[in-house]
Ligand binder design. Structure first.
Ligand code: HEM
Length: 148
């Protein structure tokens, strides 16, 4: 858990870094991240394993029991692809709308981030690159966490 806290702190710090790096073009994705994730094939593998891990997670797994795994994998892969600078279009729902009625708290959010870290480890994605993706996801907590 300590390692996770450190990772998440780094992710939040990375948010600052990402902003600094993209000062000239605020919406530009971090250079090289799409390639570091293994392009679309690597991202598809990551999303696949990530969702499988989410489904069997003791704390947040039950929240996903009504979800069609294939559709969630596709949306997550599109989202990670777009965020990392890949040639994709995100066709899923808005983060605020889709999570609005799920009563998600900070612990749930952190649990999901931890699962994603494990999935990225399993894909052999470098720690520094993991933190760049996490830094892009971290600000979404404002739309996703509805129970404070
Ligand atoms: C950084 C954090 C998160 C990100 C980036 C994220 C991203 C997404 C994306 C892209 C979708 C698909 C939307 C669509 O296809 O229209 C989704 C759906 C979903 N998310 Fe999240 N999510 C996050 C956190 C969470 C957390 C913490 C939970 C619950 C513990 C959660 C539960 C769900 C569920 C159950 C769905 C399926 C909704 C449905 O298909 O009806 N998410 N999320």
């Amino acid at each position: 858990m300590k390692i996770f806290s450190l990772c998440f702190a780094l992710a939040l710090a990375g948010t600052q870094l990402a902003h600094a790096q993209t000062a000239a073009a605020p919406d530009a994705p971090p250079p090289g991240l799409y390639a570091a994730l293994g392009e679309k094939a690597g991202i598809d593998r990551l999303a696949d394993d990530f969702v499988e891990r989410l489904l069997r997670h003791p704390r947040i797994g039950p929240q996903f029991k009504e979800v069609k795994p294939a559709a969630l994998k596709e949306s997550l892969a599109e989202q990670f692809c777009v965020l990392s600078g890949g040639p994709c279009t995100y066709q899923g729902a808005d983060m605020l709308d889709v999570h609005a009625d799920m009563d998600i708290n900070k612990g749930d959010f952190n649990a999901l981030v931890e699962v994603l870290q494990r999935a990225m480890d399993a894909q052999g994605i470098a720690f520094s690159q993991q933190n760049r993706l996490l830094a892009l996801l971290a600000p979404m907590h404002r739309d996703i966490i509805t129970v404070r």
